[in-house]
Design a protein around this ligand. Sequence first.
Ligand SMILES: [Fe+2]
Ligand SMILES: [Fe+2]
Length: 202
Amino acid sequence: MKITEKDLDFLRSEIKKYVSGKRLAHTLSVEKEAAKLGSIFSLSKDKINKLAAAGILHDITKSLSTEEQIELMKKYKISLTQDDLQSPKIFHSITGAHFAREHFPEFTDREIFLSILYHTTGKPSMTLFQKLIYLADYIEPLRDFPDCVRLRDFFYSVPNINVSHLDKTLLLSFDLTISNLVEEKQFIHKKTVAARNYLLLK
Ligand SMILES: [Fe+2]
Ligand SMILES: [Fe+2]
């Protein structure tokens, strides 16, 4: 699948039907950050455009209510795990992947679908593409939450960014996410713990 600059213009205008205000600004900032990360990792122009498209689509259902998310999950016949049920914040990544595939099938191949699906929890053995979307969402420059600033500074603190540094950055992100959830006495999704342990032992 090849995504052109024209396709990206189309997606940028389409996404405004689904997200607005701060969320739209975040979406377009994730698009930019994802493309920037793609060039840091010397990916091809085609791949970089795919990262940009995944960035534009990643939060497509985030403005919907929990009830609407649940309706969508019924529609797509998605069965949730016990962990999913305890984590309403991740519903939009599950519905978003399916919604993007339904409404933009020409732009949502498996690689983009899975990067949307795992952009909130992460998972063990993520592909480079999935890692870059996950990270772009965390560190895009509009995010000013202290952990986001810390993660961004850590990622950009070394002169030569490579996959091993990317993995260290992701490990730190999972640690920060898990610490926060513990602090807030919130449920931690199994996939986030598994993603963290996977990188820790790597
Ligand atoms: Fe999200
Ligand atoms: Fe996001």
